[in-house]
Design a protein around this ligand. Structure first.
Ligand SMILES: [Zn+2]
Length: 160
């Protein structure tokens, strides 16, 4: 896999360390009604939320509502709901931004690169042919926040 270059992620990467350990869990906050401008939907057991430090346009995270860092701790119902939520996200993205492919996966544990190791989440990263050359064009924070807002609006309209 070609590496995407996403320089705005440095704010996120530099945020790792002692300070971050004390931060509240964004997935639990979102599940309780926070981060409304980034939440796409919740189901009975899962939540879908825009990644504000995207690797690519349309980078979305899906997490169980329950705070757990372990994939193996999910009940069959939670696991099924989580994958239904992933499918739902991909169906909507297919309609609104038509990716040529996806990277879908999880970083489990800090050692594996999890930014929020306490709360399991799956990343859905849309890919296009040649996108490793595309992202440096939109590397300003302003452009990213505008595109997040637009993506949120388009997703909500298409997810019906
Ligand atoms: Zn949590």
């Amino acid at each position: 896999m070609d590496r995407l270059w996403a320089p705005w992620r440095i704010a996120y990467v530099q945020g790792t360390g002692k300070k971050r350990e004390k931060q509240r869990c964004i997935f639990c906050d979102a599940a309780k009604g926070g981060h409304k401008q980034h939440v796409l939907f919740t189901t009975g057991r899962s939540i879908a939320i825009l990644n504000i430090f995207p690797y690519n346009n349309g980078h979305i995270m899906v997490a169980p509502l329950r705070h757990t860092g372990q994939l193996s701790s999910l009940s069959p119902e939670e696991a099924l709901d989580l994958f239904d939520a992933v499918s739902r996200v991909m169906r909507v993205l297919d309609r609104i931004i038509k990716p040529a492919g996806y990277n879908v996966g999880a970083n489990i544990g800090r050692a594996a690169g999890a930014g929020i190791p306490g709360h399991l989440h799956l990343h859905i990263v849309p890919r296009w042919n040649g996108d490793t050359n595309f992202m440096p064009v939109v590397n300003s924070t302003k452009v990213i926040s505008q595109s997040l807002e637009e993506l949120h609006t388009r997703f909500m309209k298409a997810d019906r």
